[in-house]
Design a protein around this ligand. Structure first.
Ligand code: SF4
Ligand code: SF3
Length: 540
């Protein structure tokens, strides 16, 4: 195996024996083959000039395949093998529809057994591209597309789709097979991936807010009640809605975990009496927190950490793109319904959650809410009460070096405000950072995809202050990344013209020195240093 798609990759180079995330070599290789198969489909669609609008469910199956390979989403080899078989069948059907063309091996190879899959996988992974810069750009695009696919799937689940996004995914995946493309052309495609990143996040924002209302300022309870309960993790709000509907009146409470915390901010979910609040912290603390939660856990997407005990594993359920061997996976039926009754029945037999925290945390500062407070915010900036905003969106992770973000938040001058989104927030969202004239010093917009809200806010402020360039605003970007959704968020910000983004705790291993140089020269991308130096630099 060779995988370097996430920030925790072994020795900042690549996982080669087993994933730091817990992914086995076999799972990693099968994921590589799944991606290769999707590339083959993309080439058939592109060369055969098939219209994405006419492909129906195939579009969903393609984005779902990409989503399955995101870090910490799916560890289940059998599920990945089944997805490969499904995608090979789709590929061959599509190939039958196009006029004969000379096609890449990805569009024609055959495998039958698991063994032959693994044999093939060993020849088509990341390292199959020899040129380091081309490999780096191909992977940067592919990881951006994985993030895009995840957001497109959430929007799809809410009934919103944009065929232009699907068409772009086919074009870009096919381009990663094309040996005639120069590094310059791939840089151009990387930027275009960012443009589509903005589109997909806007689509998901529209899907979420049109169905569940605009997130609003909310005090979220982080304590517990005495009832049996279910914990729901991941990013899919349609699963949240289903779970709340199905647990209503059953005596079983529901708590959010990690990236599901922002569900608490949506008006549509507030009507459920059994929706208690949030339990625990970012994904990587789940090993201890699931032990003390006692009830069943439903993963709707990433991030799963391999459970240490059989007891906890027996309480974990997965749905959507997520999966873990030995954990029950709940699929939607033909009508799109999911039956969570087994989870509810199990919850009733288990003890209520153990208290690990008490009190509340405040969030819900997505674009609509912040723009409702725009006058107050603008006045605070004009009066000098707020000197600077720090966008600290992104992901959290288990590396000790991420303590940097807690320290950074603590040491920021008191006249600054943090704008956050994604699970990166758990590094500082429980600190007593206070407020500025009633504006909290940490404004949480929501999940990682809600970084879109932070861009909308920045563009609005640019307009209000009559500036020509978003980089003239008093906003600094200090972003933490971990998995591939953060890659699409980063590319989206670059496409909006945001410069001088600091990315940490380490730069991606998949960026070659030449690609890093392009990002530094064109966009002023930088890593992080010491907290003191960085604060001095940002506030200079
Ligand atoms: Fe390693 Fe990250 Fe890939 Fe897991 S996802 S195998 S930790 S690089
Ligand atoms: Fe977190 Fe996994 Fe990225 Fe959606 S839950 S931000 S890491």
């Amino acid at each position: 195996m060779f995988c370097y798609q996430c920030q925790e990759t072994a020795a900042c180079k690549g996982c080669t024996i087993k994933g730091v995330c817990g992914k086995t070599a076999e799972t990693a290789n099968l994921q590589d083959l799944l991606i290769y198969t999707v590339k083959g489909i993309a080439e058939i669609v592109t060369k055969g000039k098939l219209d994405a609008a006419s492909l129906g469910k195939a579009n969903y199956d393609v984005i779902n395949s990409l989503f399955i390979t995101i870090t910490n989403a799916n560890f289940d080899e059998q599920a990945i093998e089944a997805q490969i078989r499904k995608m090979l069948a789709l590929r061959d059907t599509l190939r039958g529809k196009i006029a004969a063309a000379s096609l890449h091996d990805a569009a024609t190879f055959t495998v039958t057994t698991r063994e032959s899959m693994l044999e093939k996988a060993a020849t088509v992974g990341v390292l199959a591209t020899e040129n380091e810069d081309v490999r780096s750009l191909r992977e940067l695009i592919t990881y951006g597309l994985k993030g895009m696919a995840a957001y497109a799937e959430h929007a799809f689940n809410l009934g919103k789709e944009d065929t232009a996004i699907f068409a772009f995914i086919y074009d870009a995946m096919a381009a990663t097979l094309d040996n005639s493309l120069s590094a310059e052309a791939l840089v151009g495609l990387t930027l275009k991936t960012g443009e589509f990143g903005v589109k997909v996040m806007a689509l998901l924002d529209e899907a979420n807010t049109s169905r569940y209302g605009n997130p609003e300022i909310t005090s979220v309870n982080i304590g517990v009640r005495k009832n049996p309960a279910i914990l729901i993790s991941g990013h899919d709000l349609t699963d949240m809605e289903r779970l709340l509907e199905q647990t209503k009146g059953t005596g079983v409470d529901v708590y959010t975990h990690s990236e599901m915390l922002p569900a608490n901010y949506y008006p549509a979910f507030k009507k459920y009496d059994n929706f208690v609040g949030n339990y625990g912290n970012a994904w990587w603390k789940q090993t201890e927190e699931f032990a003390s939660f006692h009830g069943p856990i439903l993963f709707t997407t990433n991030c799963i950490v391999p459970p240490k005990s059989e007891e906890v594993r027996g309480r974990i359920f997965t749905t959507g793109a997520s999966g873990y061997p030995g954990c029950k996976h709940i699929d939607a039926d033909a009508e799109g319904k999911k039956d969570f009754s087994e989870i509810i029945a199990l919850a009733k037999t288990l003890p209520s959650p153990e208290e690990i925290e008490t009190g509340t945390i405040v969030g819900g500062f997505a674009h609509n809410q912040v723009l409702a407070l725009a006058d107050k915010v603008v006045d605070a900036v004009k009066s000098g009460a707020i000197k600077k905003f720090f966008v600290m969106a992104g992901c959290d992770g288990r590396m000790k070096s991420r303590d940097y973000y807690t320290e950074f938040a603590k040491q920021l001058p008191k006249d600054t405000v943090i704008l956050t989104a994604g699970c990166a927030k758990y590094r500082y969202n429980k600190l007593p950072l206070g407020d500025i004239g009633g504006i909290p010093r940490v404004l949480d917009a929501g999940q990682c995809n809600d970084s879109y809200s932070l861009a909308v806010i920045a563009l609005k402020l640019k307009e209000v202050f009559g500036l020509n360039d978003v980089n003239e605003l008093p906003i600094a970007y200090n972003i933490a990344w971990y998995e591939q959704k953060a890659v699409i968020v980063l590319l989206a910000l670059l496409s909006l013209g945001v410069k001088n983004i600091h990315l940490g705790p380490t730069l991606p291993a998949f960026l070659s020195p030449d690609v890093v140089k392009v990002l530094v020269d064109t966009f002023g991308i930088a890593g992080i240093g010491s907290v003191e130096d960085d604060i001095a630099l940002f506030t200079a």
